[in-house]
Structure formats: structure tokens, C-alpha cells
Design a binder for this molecule. Structure first.
Ligand code: MSP
Length: 670
């Protein structure tokens, strides 16, 4: 079993977690989960970076002691982990004793090897990014990274002999072409290195919120010296016990430091140089992702343009957010976070492609096979359609594994969605609903449904790292044991015939809201940006699912002009808004549903011929339009008191009329 040690950056605690932080953590989570399924012994570390002057100042502003303030915000980073279903193995806070010990041990080691000396630092400093800014890099007198004002500092400082490591770093880059990815980041680092390195100031005396320098407590360590060390603290560095030493030897060096692109220099130059100085092994890979932007600007606390992940999770579910960020951001590049893109991805990819496929396949197994996975007829599996789908599924496991290993999550998801499309096309080509009408073609029905359900099982297993909840729910619907299947043994054809399916539930109810409504809802739930205030709990009801995405294709509009009627004629038909309170199948009918609806003034029973297009559960809560003044009629023994309106294409499935802004039941439609 190989070890896989993956880290996120540790997050500054001057502000609450936002989507930018959540993204890094979610990507690391997906990769860690995938490696577990690939059989690795995974150690997934995240945490908080709590020292430095900006935290000291933020605490003062909040009227709290610095440790109290630190604990309060660190807790928010801890609290968001279960919200995002993060599977980290450790959470490190740099204020923990184990970390003080590790940072001081590293300092001593670098000092003993002769790479630290005392001097005086004079220059510009950005407290937001915790970086020294040379005169030549100032942008209009401001920080080149965050554009905030820089401060002049002039104080005694310890220095790390960074300049002495230029050649060794260049040599390391030469020998390890994948040390920093993507390529663009690697090239940036190389040009920085080739331009020559200056020694790095690694201590401060003008504030006290930091780890004291060993043997000179008037100095606290430069926050990056302390922060970078966290990666070794977590695996036992600085702890002399045999257990910790063993742990360090088996987990260090880290396999991947996953970081945002703004902190590449610290990880790809300072950190390896410090490790070379301490004669310790270097991390294997530094993988950097791009930024989430809002209207072109980096999402960040200092600009105030942040998205609160919790708002999206509570409205649309965690997996909708995870899917969106993994799929939308091409790894390494920047991406805009827009509600338009969120809504499109949700409705098209999740509700329509995945959600409909799962509901379609399982519904057919319920309808044609009494809810039991049928057995395929082996002789039918060599037909071109079956072979083509099998090839797609066979190739998928490897492809997804490869994409995840290179952090190309959007590619991995595209590959999975291509397979979802292939299953959809297979079902359309086989038409089990048509075959089912002919008893002599029973084997073909069984084969088609087995092949589709089995492919879905493999797809769901592969979705586990990305959308853990959705994967489990899909597998449960397919009657598959919830315990994860190692990817190495994940093969097509393993779904056991005779398995009883679980209950069907809509995975991603279609969102019928406009982007404006969506924005309104998410804005209302954004937690206040101030780090010291309490987070307002969301008072809004969760977004109500309306219905699974319609599966029918819109009917062509007839070109024959019908006879015209007067407005008076039209107004004789009283159309009203109604809300579905309950829905069930009419016994012995494949077409009819019995609905109980609220029509504003009363509750009524209406029988509707929509059972082939809608699951009864999915209709509850949905707003529809009914003919209110229709004479009652009995359908299959049930009295129907009105009629529900739907677009009904010739030979196709009906699509219910609905609203993007549902009015109150009883409202007249005209
Ligand atoms: N504390 C340092 C890291 C020390 S690691 C030894 C730090 N913290 S941070 O809180 O400012 O940012 C941490 C990480 O959050 C970034 O590297 C990046 O991974 C992520 N992001 C913060 N804003 C982001 C976006 N707008 N978009 C994507 N990720 C971003 O730097």
C-alpha cells in the first residue's frame, strides 16, 4: 500500500472561510478520497495559520484577546469541514504546542547548519499577504498581490541565507520537471530563481503574536517560516519520541502540497530552500490552482466580494456546489463564479443528465422487473450497442483515476458525464418501454435494463470522491451495498441479478427559479464578512424542489390555424393556480396519478394522465394550473374534480405547466 500525504494551505484566520478557501479544501478532499479508493494509505491535512500582525490587529479591533480571537475564527474553519463533507485526517492550528516545538526545532536545525544570521531589515511589508515587497515590485506604491497599502518597517531581524540555495534549487527543478505544476507556475518560479535570490528576513520584533525565536525571545518568527513548518509538524517533526520519529519517517516528504497560485513562491522557493538547509527531503509535488473571481476580481476578504459556501449548500445541497466548482474551474486557470453558470450546470448536468438517468433506469426496473435487477442474456451482450457501452465503462475507471492523479477534476467529471450520456443514448436506442409490450422480447428488456443499471453502478462508484452523497444515494437506489468498492476491483458486470432496488428519490430536483431569485436567496444568507460578529442563521426555507427535469422533447407547434374564439368564450374556462399536496398512482393504471390539490378555496382530488412522465413524490409541493370549473368525471373508479394542464406532444410524454415565480393557490390564470 503506498502512502499518500496531501496538504492544503493553512488558512489565515483574520476572516471567515469563503468559497476560495473551501475550493482548495474540496479539491484536496476529492483527491484524497480517490486515493483511498485506489488503495493508498492517505493522510489528508488542513488547518489554520494563526500568527502574525494582522491577526493581532484584528483581535484588537474585535475587542478580544488574541488567543480568544484566534480560537473563535479557527473554530469557523473547523465548523465548515462537516458542511463540505471534508474527509481530513488531521487539522492543525499553528498555536498548538506541537507546532511551536516543530517550528523551533526546524529553526535550530537550519541555524546549526549555519544558514541563519542576524541583521537589520528595512523595507516594505504587506500585512495582508505577509510578504516583504521590494521597491521594484510595488504597484503604484501598493502591494502587487492584493493592492492594499504596504507598511515601512525597519527593525533588527534574523535572515535566512536564501541566496545560497539558488543553484541547488535550479538543479532540483531540472531533475524534477513535475515538482511544480502547472507548467505556467513552474516557469514563473524558474524565472524568479534565475533572476537571483536575496536573503530572507525571518523574524520580527515589532509585535509578539508569533512563535518565539529559540534563544532570542525578543524576536518572533516570520509567519511564513512558522506556517510552512506545519506540514512537518503534523507528521511528528519536533517530537523526539520513537512513535513520532517513525511517523515522520514514513510520511515525510509530503506527496502533494495543494495551494493557490498566489503562494507559489513561498512553497516552491522558500520552503524547499529551508528544507535543503535543514538537510530534509523536499515535498514531491507542489500543485497550484487558479482563483475564483467575481466579475474579474479575485474573491477575497480584503475586497469584500466573497461567496459564502454555506449559502449554496443550504439552498442546493453540498453536491451541487462540489460539482459546480470541480467542473467549472479548469484546474490551474481562473474561473468566474456566477449564478448563471451555477444554474445551468445544475439543471443541465445534475438534474437532467444524471438525475433523470438514475430515475429513468430505476423506474423502468420497478415497472418491468418488479424492482429486481434482471439478468442479462449473455448472447445479447455482443451486439454493437452493448459492446460500445461496455468499452466506455471499461475505459472509464482508468481514465478517471489518471485525471484525478493530475488534479484535472473537470476532466474527470467530463469523462464521467460522457459515460452518463452514453448510458442515456443506449437506453434510447434499446427502448425498453417498447420491447416490454412484446412478451417474446423479455430477454432484451432484461438485458437492456441490466446493462444500463450496471453501468450506472460503476459511474456511481466513480462519483464517490466528487459527490459522496449522490454516489451513495444512487447506489442505494440500485440496491448496492453502501461500502465503497476499491477502484482496482471495479469492473463492469458485477451488479448482482436478483438484487432488490432501493426506494427511488429525486437526486437533483430541477430548479425552476430565475437567476435573480437565486441571487436574492444566496445574498440573504451570506454571513457577515466581519470576523468578530456572529453568523446570522439563515431564516429562509430551503429552496423547494419542484420536479425532476422533463424528459420529453417539446412538441412542434402546429401550423394549422384553428378556429378563433372570443374572449368571453375563453373566460368560461376558469383556470386556477393549485398546489399539489399529495400524489399517488391509480391502482392498475400505468398512466394515471391521483392528485390531492389545494385550489385556494378548497382541497380537491384530480386524476391526471401524467404517470409516465412524473414520479408521484416529485410532484408534492409543485405549483400547477388546473381547470377549476370542469364537470367531475370518474377515471378508473376515482372521481376527478378538475383537470391539470400539461403540454402533451403527440405520442410523447406530457410536461406540466409551471411557474418560475409560483403564485398563491387559487389565483386565477387568464
Ligand atoms: N496562510 C497562508 C498559507 C500558508 S500555507 C503554509 C494563506 N492563507 S489564505 O487564507 O490567505 O489563503 C489560503 C488559500 O486559500 C490560498 O492559497 C488558496 O488556495 C485559497 N484561496 C483564497 N482565495 C481564493 C480564491 N479567490 N480562489 C481560489 N482559492 C483561493 O495564504
Amino acid at each position: 500500500m503506498s502512502r499518500f500525504f496531501i496538504t492544503t494551505p493553512i488558512y489565515y484566520i483574520n476572516a471567515e472561510p469563503h468559497l476560495g478557501h473551501a475550493y482548495t479544501t474540496m479539491v484536496a478532499d476529492a483527491v484524497a478520497r480517490a486515493h483511498r479508493l485506489m488503495g493508498d494509505d492517505v493522510l489528508f491535512l488542513t488547518g489554520t495559520d494563526e500568527h502574525g500582525q494582522k491577526v493581532e490587529r484584528a483581535a484588537k479591533k474585535a475587542g478580544l484577546s488574541t488567543p480568544e480571537f484566534a480560537a473563535r475564527i479557527a473554530q469557523k474553519f473547523l465548523d465548515i469541514l462537516p458542511v463540505l463533507d471534508i474527509s481530513n485526517d488531521d487539522f492543525i492550528r499553528t498555536t498548538e504546542p506541537r507546532h511551536r516545538a516543530a517550528s523551533q526545532a526546524l529553526w535550530r536545525r537550519v541555524r546549526e547548519k549555519g544558514h541563519i544570521y542576524k541583521g537589520k531589515y528595512e523595507g516594505w511589508y504587506c500585512t495582508i499577504d505577509e510578504v516583504f515587497v521590494p521597491d521594484t515590485q510595488l504597484k503604484d506604491g501598493r502591494c502587487p498581490i492584493c493592492s492594499n497599502a504596504v507598511e515601512r518597517i525597519a527593525e533588527e531581524s534574523y535572515f535566512f541565507r536564501l541566496s545560497a540555495f539558488q543553484d541547488r534549487l535550479l538543479d532540483h527543478y531540472e531533475r524534477h520537471p513535475d515538482f511544480v505544476t502547472p507548467e505556467a507556475r513552474r516557469n514563473e518560479v524558474l524565472s524568479f530563481l534565475r533572476a537571483g535570490l536575496e536573503d530572507l528576513s525571518i523574524s520580527r520584533t515589532s509585535f509578539t503574536w508569533g512563535i518565539p525565536v529559540p534563544d532570542d525571545p525578543a524576536h518572533v518568527m516570520y509567519v511564513w517560516f512558522d506556517a510552512l513548518t506545519n506540514y512537518m509538524t503534523a507528521v511528528g517533526f519536533g517530537d523526539e519520541s520513537p512513535a513520532a520519529t517513525k511517523r515522520f519517517d514514513s510520511y515525510w516528504p509530503a506527496d502533494v502540497h495543494l495551494i493557490g497560485k498566489e503562494i507559489v513562491r513561498q512553497h516552491a522557493v522558500y520552503w524547499p530552500a529551508l528544507l535543503l538547509a535543514a538537510e530534509l527531503p523536499l515535498p514531491k509535488r507542489i500543485v497550484s490552482h487558479g482563483w475564483w473571481l467575481m466579475e474579474g476580481a479575485k474573491m477575497s476578504k480584503s475586497i469584500g466580494n466573497v461567496v459564502a459556501p454555506q449559502a449554496y449548500v443550504s439552498r442546493f445541497g453540498l453536491d451541487a456546489l462540489r460539482y459546480f466548482v470541480f467542473r467549472e474551474m479548469v484546474f490551474g486557470q481562473d474561473a468566474d463564479f456566477t449564478d448563471e453558470a451555477f444554474l445551468t450546470r445544475y439543471n443541465a448536468d445534475l438534474a437532467n443528465d444524471l438525475g433523470n438517468l438514475v430515475s429513468r433506469a430505476t423506474t423502468m426496473i420497478h415497472r418491468y422487473c418488479e424492482g429486481i435487477v434482471p439478468a442479462a442474456d449473455v448472447s445479447l451482450l455482443s451486439r454493437p450497442e452493448e459492446r460500445s457501452l461496455s468499452n466506455t465503462v471499461d475505459a472509464l475507471v482508468k481514465r478517471v483515476g489518471k485525471s484525478v492523479q493530475s488534479f484535472q477534476l473537470s476532466v474527470a467529471l467530463r469523462e464521467i458525464w460522457d459515460a452518463i450520456g452514453a448510458v442515456n443514448r443506449y437506453i434510447v436506442a434499446r427502448e425498453p418501454w417498447r420491447l416490454a409490450k412484446d412478451a417474446s422480447r423479455r430477454d432484451e428488456v432484461d438485458t437492456a435494463l441490466f446493462v444500463a443499471a450496471d453501468a450506472l453502478r460503476v459511474i456511481a462508484e466513480l462519483l464517490r470522491p466528487f459527490l459522496p452523497g449522490t454516489a451513495e444515494r444512487t447506489l442505494r437506489m440500485l440496491g448496492v451495498e453502501p461500502s465503497p468498492r476499491a477502484w482496482a476491483s471495479l469492473t463492469r458486470g458485477d451488479l448482482a441479478p436478483g438484487t432488490r432496488l432501493g426506494e427511488i428519490a429525486a437526486l437533483f430536483p430541477r430548479i425552476e427559479h430565475t437567476v435573480q431569485e437565486l441571487r436574492q436567496m444566496t445574498d440573504d444568507t451570506k454571513p457577515p464578512v466581519a470576523a468578530n460578529g456572529p453568523v446570522q442563521p439563515s431564516t429562509q426555507a430551503p429552496l423547494h424542489p419542484s420536479t425532476p427535469a422533463p424528459v420529453s422533447i417539446p412538441a412542434p407547434v402546429s401550423t394549422l390555424a384553428p378556429e378563433r374564439i372570443s374572449i368571453d368564450d375563453f373566460l368560461k374556462v376558469e383556470l386556477r393556480v393549485a398546489r399539489v399536496l399529495a400524489a399517488e398512482r391509480v391502482p392498475k393504471s400505468s398512466r394515471l396519478l391521483k392528485l390531492s390539490v389545494d385550489v385556494g378555496t378548497e382541497q380537491r382530488t384530480i386524476v391526471a394522465g401524467i404517470a409516465e412522465a412524473y414520479e408521484p413524490e416529485s410532484l408534492v409541493g409543485r405549483t400547477v394550473v388546473v381547470v377549476f370549473n370542469l364537470k367531475p368525471a370518474k377515471l378508473m373508479g376515482v372521481e376527478s374534480n378538475g383537470m391539470v394542464l400539461a403540454a402533451s406532444p403527440e405520442g410523447g410524454k406530457p410536461t406540466l405547466l409551471g411557474f418560475t415565480e409560483p403564485p398563491e393557490p387559487g389565483t386565477r390564470v387568464r
